[in-house]
Design a protein around this ligand. Structure first.
Ligand code: ADP
Ligand code: GN1
Ligand code: MG
Length: 364
């Protein structure tokens, strides 16, 4: 889709003037563009067309984002030697006084300062990066623990409620809206065999054994930006920062950061969870959170990557059966390929679960 990026950019309050704009990044949700400004000394920007199918209430989404980014900016600015421009996501306001702009087609747009010279990793190539990523997520959770005021809005209701996602999957199976159920019997079987086991975090939450905390909820490893020296810089993609369980963040970062292959790898034999990357991430994460997590949270930490990989397989498969309505896809059977890759990854984790539990026990 072609957009008049300059016209949209001009609706925001910026110092520099528009030079050019191009598609940027590999996110699955929004349409993201890097906007370069004419003046070399001025900031460049990330302009996003917000996915309004996924996020149904954009004023609430943006209010969360404003609160979270301002809170993080204040806290990070107080750390000696910090670089606020690169360590915090910074929203740019539109000329209408809001942090979003609606174009003449009814599309919602928002803008951030572009974090220069960052690196982001779809696949992690060293335990050092995994450790650093773990520390960054742990620190992020700690920084948000004292966010004051009302609870954040639930920008996507029941986002990581796997029981609800299973229920929804059953409905889709019954309805078969895209006529694809028949070709996914093997994958569906795999999912259905594990439904009981995967409910445990929800059950512990309901019993009050695992507390609700402010979590990121989308800790895909490429949402952690690094600097040129391999140090973590900034956590981005804050749309789903809201109340949740720490397990979601730990699990999703391992799902994406300890897999030695791509999230959608076609060649299933290439997919494996690397136990060293797992251990390194967990080590970094626990340096920041060891004193916060309660005993039950710690006990179930090793299970979290299995749960989040299961949930992701379930989500990709549900979307495939639903006719590809949620995730941006690059080719026709992309969501099925993604499902198969996540199933393979979960099998790899299941094989190594004993060792994962031993590592966490040692680290806690
Ligand atoms: P999605 O929800 O679609 O994943 P993100 O907010 O994660 O959207 O943005 C997509 C990609 O754009 C990111 O993976 C990252 O590469 C890039 N990106 C987003 N915000 C910034 C920023 N402030 N500075 C630099 N890159 C960014
Ligand atoms: C989406 O936005 P992005 O691409 O970082 C999704 C995550 C999934 C992920 C799978 C709001 O993440 O929940 O785990 O794709 N984000 C949303 O790659 O649904
Ligand atoms: Mg993202």
């Amino acid at each position: 889709m072609d957009y008049d990026l300059k016209k949209i950019f001009d609706c925001f309050v910026t110092e520099g003037t528009y030079l050019n704009g191009e598609s940027f990044g590999s996110g699955h949700i929004h349409e993201t563009f890097l906007i370069r400004t004419f003046q070399p000394d001025n900031d460049n920007y990330i302009l996003q067309k917000i996915n309004s199918t996924v996020f149904r209430n954009i004023p609430e989404l943006q209010e969360n984002l404003e609160r979270v980014t301002v809170h993080l900016q204040k806290k990070i600015a107080a750390i000696p030697g910090s670089d606020i421009k690169r360590e915090c996501l910074q929203l740019i306001f539109a000329r209408n006084g809001k942090s979003w702009h609606i174009d003449s087609y009814g599309n919602y747009w928002r803008m951030f300062v572009f974090i220069e010279n960052h690196r982001s990793y779809d696949i992690v190539d060293s335990p050092d990066k995994a450790y650093e990523g773990g520390k960054a997520i742990g620190r992020f959770q700690a920084l948000l623990a004292d966010l004051s005021g009302d609870p954040l809005y639930e920008t996507i209701p029941s986002f990581h409620n796997v029981e609800m996602r299973i229920e929804n999957f059953m409905k889709i199976l019954k309805k078969d809206p895209a006529g694809r159920v028949k070709e996914t019997e093997k994958e569906t079987d795999f999912i259905l065999k594990r439904t009981e086991k995967m409910r445990i975090i929800e059950i512990l939450g309901r019993e009050g054994k695992i507390p609700v905390r402010i979590t990121h909820n989308d800790t895909k490893f490429n949402n952690i930006l690094f600097d040129e020296n391999g140090k973590s810089l900034c956590i981005i993609d804050l749309d789903t920062v809201m109340p949740g369980y720490f397990h979601s963040d730990f699990g999703d970062a391992i799902r994406t950061g300890a897999n030695i292959a791509a999230e959608d790898e076609k060649e299933l034999s290439k997919i494996k969870m690397d136990i060293n990357l797992f251990g390194a991430y967990a080590g970094g994460y626990l340096t920041e959170t060891r004193n916060t997590l309660n005993a039950i949270e710690k006990e179930y930490l090793a299970f979290a990557p299995l749960l989040m990989t299961y949930e992701q397989a379930l989500r990709f498969l549900s979307d495939y059966l639903d006719g590809d309505k949620y995730y941006r896809i690059q080719f026709e059977h992309h969501n099925l390929q993604r499902t198969r890759a996540q199933i393979r990854l979960l099998e790899s984790m299941e094989q190594q679960y004993g060792e994962m539990k031993r590592i966490i026990k040692k680290l806690t």
